[in-house]
Design a binder for this molecule. Structure first.
Ligand code: IMP
Ligand code: MG
Length: 185
């Protein structure tokens, strides 16, 4: 008998309840589509993929296994800390191991919400004069966007709700699922 995969309809993470909203099969289908687009565009360009930790670790792993052209991968992270002045949060890109000068860079993100994180990331990377910067996001919340940023590749658009799973977290938990879940309460 063929094995049936059981879909978990509900997910409890800490004090919150989530309901399944994007099943694994749909995620994988859209990841493959985006991977094909990138493969077509980046062929012969020796791209450098920069997945953003922690959220993009699962997406990046699935995406890159569907991209058969020569490329490099180097994970980066955004460190946030409070500034000493009242300017609020300062975010710094850390972990960049590679010289990106003259390279075709593809930033791989889990989700673009307000777009502030990505805007900052692009601004920081541009200082190092890459040949090009492309943005690839698993998810985009179009209704939440507050700044104009280029989004070259996106797997899926979602409503302005809070989600977890497939790398995305609620307070550090809930990253380790194959499906994506939406907050219900
Ligand atoms: P932005 O700067 O507002 O675009 O925020 C992007 C970051 O916020 C993402 O990289 C995530 O870490 C986090 N984020 C935004 N929306 C969600 C969500 O629905 N679930 C989990 N994390 C989220
Ligand atoms: Mg993130």
């Amino acid at each position: 008998m063929p094995k049936k995969t059981k879909i978990m309809e509900k997910l409890h993470v800490l004090d919150k309840t989530f309901a399944i909203s994007i099943p694994e099969a749909e995620i994988q289908k859209q990841v493959k589509r985006v991977a094909d687009e990138i493969t077509r565009d980046m062929e012969g360009k020796n791209p450098l993929f920069l997945p953003v930790l922690n959220g993009a670790f699962i997406f990046a792993a699935d995406l890159l296994r569907q991209i058969p052209i020569p490329c490099e991968v180097s994970f980066i992270k955004l460190a946030s800390y409070q500034g000493t002045q009242s300017t609020g949060q300062i975010r710094e890109v850390i972990g960049l191991q590679k010289d990106i000068t003259g390279r075709h860079v593809v930033i791989v993100e889990d989700i673009i919400d307000s777009g502030m994180t990505m805007a900052h990331m692009i601004e920081t990377l541009e200082l190092q004069n890459p040949a090009s910067i492309s943005v690839c996001s698993l998810l985009v919340k179009p209704d939440a966007l507050k700044v104009e940023i280029p989004i070259h590749y996106r797997a899926m658009d979602i409503p302005n709700d809070f989600i977890v799973g497939y790398g995305l977290d609620y307070d550090g938990y809930g990253r380790n699922t194959k499906d994506i879940y939406t907050l219900t309460n």
